[in-house]
Design a protein around this ligand. Structure first.
Ligand code: C2E
Ligand code: CA
Ligand code: CA
Length: 526
C-alpha cells in the first residue's frame, strides 16, 4: 500500500467516523434516554394510580369515621339514611353496612337485612386496625363488578363496613399509556386485589416500578414490557437515522445543554443567595372568627437581575434537589426576623408561617436555626408556624425526631396542602401537629356542585376532632370565607383577603388592622 493510498484510507475512515459516530452516538444516547424516559413514564403512572388509591381510601376512611357516631345505637333509620347519603355522595362507595358481633350483616345502604346475613368473606387485618376483605376470595384477582370492603371497628364489637369498587381506583387511568401489554396492579399487604391491563407475566424482563400507598399498607405496581420501550426507541431511532449526523449532533448538543441548564440553575441559585437576590413576600392570614389579620405566610421569590420576579414553583424543586434549600431557608428565617422581629415582639398574637422542605426533616439543623433566630429577635416560639407537606412527613425516626424537637422548642407545626398527597389524617396524627392547612383544591369547590365539597367538610370535621386547628388556603370569594367560618375554620388566606405583599405593604396591612375584613359574617347578620 502506497503512502497515498494509506492517506486516502485514513481520510475516508476519519470522514466515515465523523458521519457515523454522531449517528451511533445519537442512537446510543437515544436508547439510554428512551429507556430512562420509559422508566420515568412507568413510575409516573404508578404514582398517579397510588394517589388515586390513596384518595379513594381516604374517602372510605372519612366516610366510615363520619357515620361511626350514628352507628352507636345500632341499625336505626338515621344510620341507614347516613349510609345512603354517603353512597350517593361518593361514586367510589358502593354501599355501607353494620356488622354485629358474630359476623352478621344487620343493615346496609339498602335497608335492614332481614334476617341478618352471616359474612363468610375471607377477612384479614390491615394497618391501623381496619379490616379489609375481598369479594371474591383474595386468591382471585379483581374482575369488573367485584368490590372490596373496608371496615371500622366500633367500641362494642360492632363493625362498620364499606364496599368500594376497585374500577374507580383507576378512574381516569389508561393502562395503555404504558403500552398495550402494560399492567397495573394494586396490592394490599402484598396481596394483589385489582389489576388493569394485560395480565402480568412474572417471567418477563419488564420495566417495573412500585409505589407505596404506605399508610394503607397498599402498593401500586406498574409494568411495561421492554418491547414497548424498544418500540418507542425504534420510533425515535428512525428519526435519528434520517436526520443522521445532524440529529446526533443536535441530541449531543441538546443533552449537553440540558445538563448545563440543570447544572447552571443550581449554581445560579447559589450565586443568587450570595448576591441577596431573593425576596420574601408575606401573604396575610386572617382570623376568620374575629375578622382581623393574625399573621402571614412567608413566600420566597427570586428577583432575577435579567428577568422578572421568578415565582418559587420554578426554582424550589431545584433548590430541594441540590440541597440549596437548607441555606436558603436559613437565610429566609433570618430575614423574617429582621423584617418582622419588632412587629412580632410587640404583637404576641401574630404568627408567621415558614415553609419547610423534605430535606429539613433529616437533620436537626433547622431546629438550631430556629432557636438562633428566635433568640436573636426576641420572637416567641409559638409565633412561628412551620409548614410541612405530606412529602416531608415520612414515617422514619429522624423525621419524627425533628418534628418532635420543633414542638419541644415551642414552635407550631402545620401539615400543608392537606388532601393532595397520600396521607390519611390518622397517619399525620402520629406526628402531633398543631395545624392542618386545607388545600386550595378543597376550597375552590365550595359553592359548586362538585362532590368534593363533602370531602372538604369531612377534612374539616376530622381535623377538628383530632384537635388540629385549621387554616384554609386559596380563599377567593366571600361565599368561601363564610362557608369555612361557619364550619369553625380558624384561619384563612387567599386573594379574597390579600395577595402576597412585599414587606412594606404587609406592615401597612397590619397597621390597618381595624379596617373591616370581609369574612362573610356581615351577610349573615344583614
Ligand atoms: P404554598 O405553600 O401552598 O403557598 C401558597 C401558594 O398559593 C402561594 O404561591 C400563594 O401565592 C398562592 N395563593 C395564595 N392565595 C391564593 C389564592 O387565593 N388563589 C390562588 N390561585 N393562589 C393563591 P407561591 O408564592 O407561588 O408559592 C408556591 C409554592 O412554593 C408554595 O405553595 C410553597 O410550596 C413553595 N414555597 C414558597 N416559598 C417557599 C419557601 O420559602 N420554602 C419552601 N420550601 N417552599 C416555598
Ligand atoms: Ca405553605
Ligand atoms: Ca399550601
Amino acid at each position: 500500500m502506497t503512502r497515498r493510498t494509506r492517506k486516502i484510507l485514513v481520510v475516508v475512515a476519519v470522514g466515515l467516523a465523523l458521519v457515523t459516530l454522531p449517528v451511533l452516538g445519537g442512537l446510543a444516547y437515544n436508547y439510554v434516554d428512551t429507556l430512562k424516559q420509559s422508566r420515568s413514564r412507568v413510575r409516573d403512572v404508578a404514582g398517579t394510580v397510588a394517589r388515586q388509591v390513596a384518595q379513594v381510601l381516604l374517602v372510605a376512611e372519612a366516610a366510615l369515621a363520619d357515620v361511626a357516631f350514628d352507628a352507636r345505637n345500632g341499625c336505626t333509620p338515621e344510620l341507614i339514611r347516613e349510609f345512603r347519603n354517603k353512597t350517593i355522595a361518593h361514586p367510589t362507595i358502593q354501599g355501607m353496612g353494620l356488622i354485629t358481633p358474630g359476623n352478621y350483616l344487620a343493615c346496609t345502604t339498602f335497608g335492614m337485612t332481614d334476617p341478618p346475613v352471616r359474612s363468610d368473606a375471607d377477612n384479614f387485618i390491615v394497618s391501623r386496625g381496619a379490616l379489609v376483605w375481598f369479594t371474591p376470595p383474595r386468591r382471585n384477582l379483581y374482575a369488573p363488578g367485584q368490590s372490596f370492603t373496608a371496615e371500622y371497628a366500633l367500641k362494642d364489637g360492632h363493625r362498620l363496613a364499606l364496599a368500594l369498587a376497585p374500577e374507580v381506583l383507576f378512574g381516569l387511568m389508561e393502562a395503555d399509556i404504558i403500552g398495550s401489554d402494560g399492567n397495573i396492579t394494586v396490592a394490599m399487604q402484598g396481596i394483589p386485589f385489582a389489576e388493569l391491563g394485560s395480565p402480568a407475566d412474572p417471567a418477563a424482563d419488564d420495566l417495573v416500578e412500585t409505589r407505596d400507598v404506605g399508610l394503607y399498607d397498599a402498593t401500586v405496581t406498574a409494568k411495561a414490557s421492554r418491547r414497548w420501550a424498544l418500540a418507542r426507541w425504534r420510533e425515535n431511532a428512525l428519526v435519528t437515522g434520517l436526520l443522521g449526523a445532524l440529529a446526533g449532533g443536535v441530541l449531543a448538543v441538546g443533552g449537553a445543554h440540558y445538563a448545563r441548564g440543570r447544572f447552571s440553575l443550581a449554581s445560579e441559585l447559589r450565586e443568587a443567595l450570595n448576591n441577596k437576590e431573593f425576596e420574601i413576600w408575606y401573604q396575610p392570614v386572617i382570623d376568620l372568627q374575629r375578622g382581623h389579620c393574625a399573621g402571614a405566610e412567608a413566600l420566597i421569590r427570586w428577583r432575577h437581575p435579567e428577568r422578572d420576579l421568578i415565582p418559587p414553583d420554578l426554582f424550589i424543586s431545584m433548590a430541594e434537589d441540590s440541597g440549596i434549600i437548607i441555606p436558603m431557608t436559613r437565610w429566609l428565617m433570618q430575614r423574617v426576623g429582621e423584617d418582622l422581629g419588632p412587629l412580632l415582639k410587640a404583637n404576641p398574637g401574630l404568627h408567621i408561617a415558614i415553609n419547610l422542605a423534605p430535606a429539613h426533616m433529616s437533620d436537626h439543623g433547622i431546629v438550631e436555626d430556629a432557636r438562633t433566630t428566635l433568640g436573636r429577635y426576641g420572637i416567641q416560639p409559638s409565633q412561628i408556624l412551620f409548614e410541612l407537606t405530606e412529602r416531608s412527613l415520612i414515617d422514619d425516626p429522624a423525621c419524627r425526631e425533628v418534628v418532635k424537637a420543633l414542638g419541644d422548642l415551642g414552635t407550631e407545626v402545620a401539615i400543608d396542602d392537606f388532601g393532595t398527597g397520600y396521607s390519611s389524617l390518622a397517619y399525620i396524627d402520629k406526628f402531633k401537629l398543631n395545624y392542618l392547612k386545607v388545600d386550595k383544591a378543597f376550597v375552590s369547590v365550595i359553592g359548586t356542585q362538585s362532590p368534593t365539597v363533602r370531602l372538604t367538610d369531612i377534612i374539616i370535621g376530622m381535623a377538628t376532632s383530632l384537635g388540629l386547628k385549621t387554616i384554609a388556603e386559596g380563599v377567593e370569594t366571600t361565599e368561601q370565607a363564610q362557608y369555612l367560618r361557619q364550619r369553625g375554620v380558624k384561619y384563612a388566606q387567599g386573594w379574597h383577603f390579600s395577595k402576597p405583599l412585599n414587606i412594606d405593604d404587609f406592615l401597612a396591612f397590619v397597621r390597618d388592622n381595624n379596617k373591616p375584613i370581609d369574612t362573610g359574617a356581615a351577610q349573615e347578620t344583614a
